[in-house]
Design a protein around this ligand. Structure first.
Ligand SMILES: Cc1cc2nc3c(=O)[nH]c(=O)nc-3n(C[C@H](O)[C@H](O)[C@H](O)COP(=O)(O)OP(=O)(O)OC[C@H]3O[C@@H](n4cnc5c(N)ncnc54)[C@H](O)[C@@H]3O)c2cc1C
Length: 414
């Protein structure tokens, strides 16, 4: 049994703690603020095996440049003279190729399929309650251009073994009997699911604490002690001796890795969400409103709307223009939903940890014998939480991996 120190109390840190504890390790998890601090709380809660095409894809740079001209648009890169941002942008550009997409599809698919199976186990076997629902996902569109884009994606998905159905507006309406939907059509992914991220995080924390896992909130990790190629100590309001270290610090991971001399190209992709309470049964099936890149998720008796991706480092300020972009989009797809511009205090924001090639970092750092990196899941961290936790535990045990993790090597850009 090893003593494993996990840095970061988001979904990746908690899932790593879960599987490491199950495998018999002593676990101490360090969180710099409260568990609700990171990106894993107010997100859209969609479990998306449908998302097999990485963000770095042909055409994305051109699309991003168009979006950047409008203050309410769903994508923005704040221009900064910042060497890390420039390197990240260059790597993103280099990976926006058909060959990279082709290589990434099977690995993202396999990660997602396994993660969904693990969620099904979590929801049934361990009696964790987190609003698990398997109702699929709509990619809703209103324009011919989006229809064409989605038809291509549906073909790619079906070819890769991820079921996708192309529906017209009438068929979409039949599947959403309680709310008017004004769209040209949708691609429906029946294999997607959704959950309540706040309940999921709460349930994991309660379970882990009951099991004796130490979850230390307000313990920012500020440094490490090393001996040769091993990290021996984590400094976080005191010194903790450890056998293994897992860096799961989300958008803050580059700064943590830097303390060990490791370079990790990663940018925070800021997004926002807000709730519309008391709209029970209005929307049954989670949806991405494609042209607006905004999402709608039924969460308990409420609806959550989310969207935007601002490449922002670790800047957490709320830009209400972008929030307006989300709020304004909703009635274009669901004209009768009583949505209004939210007040700033009610808007949640989170930083997606975005790697430049759209694949997570998951593996041992080459320079150390006992450091595992688990971050960079971008728009899919909730979806990929359980599989990441399981693979982290297998890496630390040096046991047979549930799947090949070569594509996720943390040193791949060195
Ligand atoms: C608007 C929006 C919608 C989204 N919707 C979805 C979705 O529908 N489905 C999906 O799969 N994903 C979604 N995501 C993405 C998902 O939320 C993230 O990928 C995921 O939460 C990342 O988890 P994480 O554990 O890596 O990071 P985080 O949740 O950010 O956790 C990292 C933690 O590390 C802590 N930390 C940082 N530095 C230190 C330090 N030095 N010491 C100790 N602790 C430290 C931070 O405080 C933080 O709590 C969405 C994201 C956004 C913004």
């Amino acid at each position: 049994m090893s003593h494993v120190g996990i840095i970061g109390g988001g979904i990746i840190g908690l899932c790593s703690a879960y599987y490491l504890h199950k495998a018999g390790h002593k676990v101490t998890l360090f969180e710099q603020a409260s568990i609700a601090n990171g990106c894993s709380f107010g997100n859209a809660g969609m479990i998306v095996p449908s998302h097999i095409v990485p963000l770095a894809q042909p055409g994305m740079i051109a699309k991003g440049l168009q979006w950047m001209l409008k203050s309410t648009s769903p994508f923005y890169v704040k221009p900064r003279l910042d060497a890390d941002l420039m390197r990240w942008g260059w790597l993103f550009y280099k990976h926006s190729t058909p060959a990279h997409v082709e290589r990434s599809i099977p690995v993202l698919r396999d990660l997602s399929f396994l993660s969904k199976r693990l969620y099904q186990d979590l929801a049934t076997h361990d009696g964790l309650s987190f609003g698990w629902q398997e109702r699929g996902l709509f990619m809703l569109y209103k324009t011919a251009a989006a229809e064409k884009e989605m038809a291509e994606e549906a073909e790619i998905a079906n070819h890769a073994g991820v079921e996708a159905q192309i529906l017209n507006g009438k068929q979409v309406q039949e599947m959403e009997p309680h709310v008017r939907v004004t769209v040209q059509g949708a691609v429906y992914y029946p294999g997607d699911a959704h959950l309540n991220p706040n309940e999921l995080m709460g349930a994991l924390v309660t379970y882990l604490r009951q099991e004796g896992v130490a979850i230390l909130e307000n313990h920012p990790v500020t440094g490490f002690g090393t001996s040769g190629s091993r990290v021996t100590t984590i400094h976080a309001r005191g010194s903790f001796d450890v056998d293994e270290v897992v860096i799961a610090g989300g958008a803050w991971s580059p700064g943590i890795a830097q303390q060990l001399g490791l370079q990790l190209p990663l940018q925070g992709g800021k997004g926002y969400s807000f709730m519309l309470p008391g709209t029970t049964n209005a929307i049954q099936i989670p949806a991405i409103m494609l042209e607006a890149r905004a999402t709608a998720t039924p969460i308990g008796t409420d609806l959550r709307f989310a969207g935007t991706l601002e490449v922002a480092g670790t800047d957490l300020r709320v830009n209400m223009n972008r929030v307006r972009g989300i709020a304004d989009a909703i009635n274009q797809y669901y004209p009768d939903i009583p949505v209004a511009m939210p007040v700033a205090d009610s808007v949640w924001r989170g930083l997606r940890p975005c790697s430049p090639d759209g694949l997570p970092y998951l593996g041992r750092a080459a320079r150390y014998d006992n450091v595992v990196l688990a971050t960079g899941h971008g728009m899919m961290g909730v979806s990929l939480g359980p599989v990441t936790g399981k693979l982290v535990s297998e890496l630390i045990d040096n046991s047979r991996q549930s799947m090949d993790t070569t594509a996720f090597q943390p040193d791949r850009f060195a």
